[in-house]
Design a protein around this ligand. Sequence first.
Ligand code: FBP
Length: 561
Amino acid sequence: MSVKKCACSPLQEHRAKFQPVLPNILKKGPAFVKPKLGKPTKSVADQATVKKIFPNTYGLPAVTFVKGNNAALCKKAVRVGVVLSGGQAPGGHNVIGGLLDGLKKANSKNKLFGFLGGPSGIVDNKLVEITPALMQAYRNTGGFDLIQSGRTKIETDEQLTAAKNNLIKNKLDALVVVGGDDSNTNACVIAEYLKQQHVDISVIGVPKTIDGDLKNEHIEASFGFDTATKIYAELVGNIERDMNSARKYWHFVRLMGRSASHITLEVGLKTHPNAVLVGEEVLAKKMTLKQVVKNLVDLIVKRAKAGKNYGIVLVPEGLIEFIPEMKELIGALNDALADHEAALAKLATPAQKKEFILAKLPKKLADLMRSLPDGIARQLMLDRDPHGNVQVSLIETEKLLVEMIKTELAALKKAGKYTGKFATITHFFGYEGRCGVPSTFDANYTYALGYNAAVLALNKCSGYLSSVRKLTRKAQDWEVGGVPLTMMMNIERRKGKEKPVIKKALVELKGEPFKYLAKNRTIWAEQDQFVFPGPIQFFGPAEVTDITTYTLMLEQGKKLK
Ligand code: FBP
């Protein structure tokens, strides 16, 4: 690959000079840290089944890197591969930059190769050497365009064999998989497979996803969540200001995040909108779609009585999966679509496919599906991703809510119980936030994750996720290590089958971020206390440039100003 001559913006030119801050423990390089092993671990659930599937990678001890002489480690030159997997997240390039710098610091002869286009690049043996010169144009930039990404899951015998052969052919010592819960599950499958085959190549994961749902006591945040939520919060704040100026629209904003509502919650905490829907709460309260709509109608009527025919509602894209009757419908659709894949492929039109599937559903669920607007019903039937997930980013839940609210308000108007106006604008913010210029937090965090992945690779820690902790401290005080991937696993139903997967971290209703919302949302609903966060700042006072997410601050016992 030729070295990119970038048509740089002034910001990019300045940002290219930014040197991410490494945690002190890593500053002298991989030769000066040693792994300290914790106790053997077990998976978060379904221990016996997970152990049976991963006999070679189950139960590994958690690792913390501490000061120590490890010079011998750096004597032999190594070759490492890296792949970006799944949805883009700001900071991916800095993971590669940190990885490259960590490897080169250990031994200038070490080499890094990037597999192109996601995991399919491993199967198809498409790769490029990432040299310091090639890396330079991508440091501190958003996007994954250096080596691109993809959602291929390496699972069949043919794929696993091809991956193994290509890793061997390229004489790699380690593979670093930068991905979310599903991609890191796949990383563990590959790590296990290589161990079973007695192939001495380590596989290491890096926690990436804007969704924020890959976290636990060792992984405090996935990278990209900070930048993406800052971008969405800027946009939501701008809408609030426009709305507060014109006072004539209700805005319904759907935000990415897949199942989990972390993004919506974080953006809500930053901007104080009139309503913030949280999928996990809807599920806990077993709310029907009608109840969700009724709560919003009550709010709209109340505000109309106060002369406010405007407002803003945040909707997590995964809401639909949390409404119990919709969850049941989606589960049944997942199974029916997987069971009848071949028959469906032969049908020509979406209408025929819908009728075919309706006939396969229990009556109650078929009736529910018929009651939905046709567009939404079809969106629910779209192909699942390679990991078996419904593609919630393609389901226009905000429009469904608006339609249902309009029907309810019309009935109230007819009965003389509502005299307001309900003019709506719908938005979907997802792709806008995934490739933004990484915030200072994400630039530092991803660089540390990548550098630490190099240390894990050199120490032959296979089946581990790179872990950088104590993230509300200054970057130089962060702690680093590795968490066994199997430790995060449980068994879930995917594409009609029970599969081991890394457990998604959903919004905790007893957690401080949700409690903060619950305490304040009545005031935000009725009195307008909008906050306008403005754009991410890269230069200026540290309390502006280095601020992390409110979610992380509240989770780690810090107070919001
Ligand atoms: P990852 O879980 O792979 O990080 O992807 C996150 C995400 O951005 C979700 O928020 C969204 O639902 C999905 O990707 C969209 O997928 P695609 O990029 O395939 O349209």
